[in-house]
Design a protein around this ligand. Structure first.
Ligand code: FRU
Length: 491
């Protein structure tokens, strides 16, 4: 992959060329994390969807492989999931990787969506579509009927497969003993949470509640239109799942957001991740302007993978996200720089010496500045964290892009804790030990990034901090140029 292109992330996954959107088919098998993704090999804008494919051993360095799934007579290949069929329930072969995805057909005003299977017996390198596709035929009552997330429920000996499927503003549940015959068994939605937009790309999993021996189920739902930062975003529900349907433990009006930034969508977790971890990754983009981001010959990137847990807070049980606990995947260069006990006077500023590569109204915060003047300001005031990207570089490709996004945040004994990862064209911000997440794309000029901390109307103490420069990740492309159907040469 060409690493020195403007905006190219250095340790996030981005395709060598062309368009990507949702992560798909996330499964861990024999030491490899598989990442499939919505891919258009003929263009840098969305079009007939394929499943592109990459694998990683550490979730940081990626190897791009040939396209896994191409459109066929049933339609193009929309989002879905993958499992290891450990007990060969489908009869495709021992330890088959099985992909469960949506076949999509466009008929002008109408669209037809059904659910289908493909399997691989060679560690995901080649795929065979199931001859009996689709396994869940289209229903003429539902125009939006897509994005199957499949997982095994119960013990290895006694249990069944579950499929969560997005249908308008509902999540429908189906069960199966063999991945082929599916029976409707439940539904969730009916006015719960945010219903401003269409629901997409569900995920459902159980997580322990930290410090207790309880657990809860988390239902993640992408919503396209109505997210806190505008456009598409990621909501979640906390509750119970009995193998057939999900119930929320919160009232209908409770809306929980997994991210308050503009660029965290279609989040999915890996099946069979090692050590019982629940690892999540999202498309770092927003349907509001995804087709116009100024990246050139490639378009779209994934977030860093995050590990999930549940925390009991004063408001209830909430999702906690932590970036890359898997070390030493993200390599730090040198010793970094430590900050402790720095008092920033009212109206003052503190600049750490390390170069890392409209705060009016904000009580204090962090500013990122590039040599040509591009600036991002992250400010805290009155229980709100605000991310200002109005002057962050190229912002004029879509009027929805230059904006200040904000999120509610409770200080912890007067303290704000931030973990921020900047990778050329993205900022991932986790506050209060991962209880608040804001993911934003930015398009500043090349050059060393300067970090500074500011205090406005009252002095602020920088208690403790660490700055690290992160090394570019290794990325390999084993696809030959032109291997994609009808593709242009790789840059
Ligand atoms: C979400 C989504 C999915 C669909 C896919 C199409 O971003 O709209 O619902 O399967 O993208 O590329």
């Amino acid at each position: 992959m060409t690493r020195n292109q403007l905006y190219r992330p250095q340790f996030h996954f981005s395709p060598t060329a062309h368009w990507i959107n949702d992560p798909n088919g996330l499964v861990y098998y024999q030491g490899e994390y598989h990442l499939f993704y919505q891919y258009h090999p003929d263009s840098t804008v969305w079009g007939p969807m394929h499943w592109g494919h990459a694998v990683s051993q550490d979730l940081v360095g990626w190897e791009e492989l040939p396209i896994a799934l191409h459109p066929d007579e049933h339609g193009t290949i929309f989002s879905g999931s993958a499992v290891v069929d450990w007990h060969n329930s489908a009869g495709f072969g021992a330890e088959a990787l099985v992909a469960i995805f949506t076949h999509h057909q466009d008929h002008g005003e109408t669209q037809v969506q059904s659910q289908s299977l493909a399997y691989s017996l060679d560690r995901g390198r080649t795929w065979t579509k199931y001859a009996g596709n689709p396994v869940l035929p289209p229903t003429n009552r539902m125009r939006d009927f897509r994005d199957p997330k499949v997982f095994w429920y119960g013990t290895p000996e006694q249990g069944h497969w579950v499929m969560a499927l997005a249908a308008g503003q509902l999540i429908l549940f189906y069960r199966s003993s063999n991945l082929i015959e599916w029976h409707a068994c439940g539904g969730f939605g009916f006015g719960y949470g945010s219903i401003e937009g269409v629901w997409e790309t569900p995920d459902l999993f159980e997580l322990p509640v930290e410090g207790t021996n309880e657990s809860r189920w988390v239902l993640l739902v992408g919503i396209n239109l109505g997210a806190p930062a505008g456009g598409s975003g990621q909501q979640y529900f906390v509750g119970h799942f009995d193998g057939e349907t999900f119930t929320s433990e919160n009232p209908k009006e409770t809306v929980l957001w997994a991210d308050y930034g503009a660029d965290f969508y279609a989040a999915q977790s890996w099946s069979d991740a090692p050590d019982g971890q629940r690892l999540l990754i999202a498309w770092m983009n927003n349907w509001a302007y995804a087709r116009q981001i100024p990246t050139g010959s490639w378009r779209g990137a994934m977030s860093l993978p995050r590990s999930l847990s549940l925390a009991r807070t004063d408001e209830g049980i909430r999702l906690r996200q932590q970036i890359i606990p898997i070390r030493p995947s993200l390599q730090q260069e040198g010793d970094g720089e430590r900050i402790s006990g720095v008092v920033i006077p009212a109206g003052g500023e503190y600049r750490p010496t390390m170069e890392a590569g409209g705060e009016e109204g904000s009580a204090f915060g962090v500013r990122l500045t590039w040599p040509g003047g591009s600036t991002v300001t992250i400010g805290y005031a009155n229980g709100t964290l605000a991310f200002d990207r109005t002057a962050s570089g190229v912002v004029d490709f879509n009027p929805a892009f230059p904006a200040v996004h904000s999120a509610p945040v409770a200080l912890n004994h007067g303290r704000l804790q931030l973990h921020m990862i900047v990778d050329h064209s993205s900022v991932e911000l986790l506050a209060q030990q991962g209880l608040l997440s804001m993911t934003e794309s930015i398009y500043p000029e090349e050059g060393a990034l300067q970090l500074s901390f500011f205090a406005n109307n009252a002095p602020v103490t920088l208690d403790h901090g660490e700055l690290h420069r992160l090394a570019p990740a290794r990325t390999i492309t084993t696809r030959s140029p032109g291997a994609d159907r009808g593709s242009a040469a790789q840059p």
